[in-house]
Design a protein around this ligand. Structure first.
Ligand code: SDX
Length: 427
């Protein structure tokens, strides 16, 4: 295997090293490209450009492989719980009992959200999209936790991390309860991490909270499946905002905004809306398939396609099985699931999708489970953010501990050349 590439330009030859990752991925190290050649690269959407070396998540788009810190997503979804996976992503190893207990205890100590924050929440109309509310509240938390901003020591980072792992679920619950006109509730330290999240979101004021193990296990699995995904749009946003040392909470707030987009995490909401539209249209999937293939129609088959996976998204496979199990266990017969399966079957037999290697992604089936769990459609992307939180934290921590420089891409300028100013009366 060659350990360098040679670039020939203007009669000169330049060698650049080829780096190889632990899974044999290879990349040209172009750190010296501009100083050596005067050239930069251009790669809209960074389809061919690596922004960092990372030890957190590995995915192979051709083979449909996803691993967190070397553990397969299939094993983690089956055998681990979300708090364990959060610890694994952030600190690199699965925690033993003592480490997990301390992690959870440290989080519980930070679960108070300043009452003043409720005034900020009050300012939003009920019609506000929860992702906008959540991004704002996450940023607002900075004002009440100033010590979590300029964190450079590992211990200061740890405190900022347990703080946000404690408070973010409260903000998620408050965002939902505000929309439903329910009193804002606090957690219960006697409950597990995910059970407590569910309790904060769904406890009715006049009723005792009762845990439904099927629901909690399904939620826990969904959060694990969303926990990290290497350098996706929102994670890259967290890393680049964090690279200016703006602080963890500000970086996460930016990541929430990036995830909101329908091409990214917002797709899970868009999938459900698409499936409901198809149902309302008498289940006419062929009409929507035609729209998705029509270049003049901006409509895309939401939940299909992926920048990296050119095979089945392994998460979609797991969620599809879980959707059947959860709906069956809860005794729910949702016609939307049948429409989704029909759409998937048609797309997987359609040359347009097959030729472009467009398969169902993580967002295609997740909304069907969220709906069965009683989560409103507008909250689906918030659930994605809740799952992705530990991944964003892990990636931000890795970037800071690696001392990475501020992110500042170059460009190719294609605007006007130098021209003299023209007085307004001569224009
Ligand atoms: C997530 O990056 C991650 O890891 C993200 C994520 C994570 O965990 O963080 O996995 C989560 O964001 C999943 C993706 C959710 N988004 C959607 O489901 C929205 C629908 N999908 C598309 O918008 C699209 O597939 C993207 C945005 C996901 C990927 O777009 P790319 O990589 O830029 O691919 P492309 O737009 O260049 O598409 C290549 C071709 C084009 O056709 P041609 O120009 O070659 O003729 O495929 C077509 C596209 O028009 N195409 C689709 C399509 N997706 C791609 N056509 C119809 N329906 C689609 N869904």
């Amino acid at each position: 295997m060659s350990d360098k590439v040679t670039l020939e330009f203007n009669g000169n030859k330049y060698d650049f090293p080829v780096v190889e990752g632990t899974e044999k991925e290879q990349a040209i190290d172009i750190k010296t490209l501009r100083s050596a050649t005067g050239l930069t690269t251009i790669d809209p959407g960074f389809k061919n450009t690596g922004s960092c070396e990372s030890a957190i998540t590995f995915l192979d788009g051709e083979k449909g492989i996803l691993r967190y810190r070397g553990y397969s997503i299939e094993e983690l979804a089956e055998k681990a719980d979300f708090l364990e996976v959060a610890y694994l992503l952030i600190f690199g190893e699965l925690p033993n009992d003592e480490q997990l207990a301390k992690f959870h205890s440290d989080i519980k100590k930070e679960s108070h959200v300043d009452e003043e924050m409720k005034k900020i929440l009050d300012g939003f109309p009920k019609s506000a999209h929860p992702m906008g509310v959540l991004s704002s509240l996450t940023n607002a938390l900075i004002a009440f936790n100033p010590s979590s901003v300029n964190v450079s020591s590992e211990s200061d980072m740890y405190h900022a991390i347990v703080r946000i792992l404690a408070k973010f679920p409260v903000l998620v619950a408050w965002t939902l309860r505000k929309k439903k006109g329910l009193p804002l509730d606090y957690g219960d330290d006697s409950l597990g991490y995910v059970e407590n999240i569910h309790k904060m979101m769904f406890k009715r004021p006049s009723e005792e909270y009762k845990c439904n193990k099927i629901v909690i296990d399904a939620l826990d699995k969904l959060l694990i499946l969303h926990a990290d995904h290497e350098q996706n749009c929102s994670t890259s946003t967290v890393r680049i905002v964090g690279s200016s040392h703006a602080g963890l909470f500000a970086s996460l707030s930016a990541g929430i905004s990036a995830l909101w987009g329908p091409l990214h995490g917002g797709a899970n909401q868009a999938v459900l809306e698409m499936l409901e539209a198809i149902e309302a249209d008498g289940g006419d999937t062929k009409k929507y398939m035609a729209k998705a293939k029509d270049k003049n129609d901006p409509f895309r088959l939401m939940g299909f396609g992926h920048r990296v996976y050119k095979n089945f998204d392994p998460r979609a496979k797991i969620i599809k099985v879980a959707a059947d199990e959860v709906l069956n266990d809860l005794g729910i017969d949702d016609p939307i699931l049948a429409i989704a399966k029909g759409l998937e079957k048609e797309a997987l037999e359609d040359p347009y999708f097959v030729d472009r290697k467009l398969y169902p992604n993580v967002d295609f089936y997740s909304g069907i489970i969220y709906r069965a769990l009683g989560i409103p459609t507008e909250m689906f992307t918030v659930m994605f953010a809740l799952g992705r939180l530990p991944g964003w934290i892990a990636q931000w921590r890795e970037m800071r501990l690696n001392g990475e420089p501020i992110g500042r891409p170059r460009q190719v300028y294609v605007g006007e050349n130098l021209r003299p100013f023209v007085e307004v009366n001569k224009r």
